[in-house]
Write a protein that binds this ligand. Structure first.
Ligand SMILES: [Zn+2]
Length: 81
């Protein structure tokens, strides 16, 4: 098997992820999987399948300053001592 960092392997996996994203998006919007808009959206969303970064969908730290679970746990550990 090829080394996981081989460029060819990365390209192959990215292509598979794009196919998968196009499949998910085409079902979501009931369009053909080879529709131009679907392929554009798949290329854009290939790494996360998220088409929006508004306050409802985006990272809560950015919008309301929410801390991560690890940070909450660390803060709790500090106060317990
Ligand atoms: Zn949104």
């Amino acid at each position: 098997m090829a080394h996981p960092k081989d460029r060819g392997e990365r390209r192959r996996k990215l292509a598979l992820l794009k196919e998968r994203a196009a499949s998910v998006i085409s079902r979501k919007y009931q369009l053909d999987v080879d529709n131009e808009k679907v392929l554009q959206a798949a290329a854009r969303q290939v790494n996360h399948l998220c088409n929006c970064s508004c306050a409802l969908c985006g990272n809560p730290r950015r919008y309301i300053g929410e801390v991560t679970f690890q940070e909450r746990r660390e803060n709790a550990d500090r106060f317990d001592r």
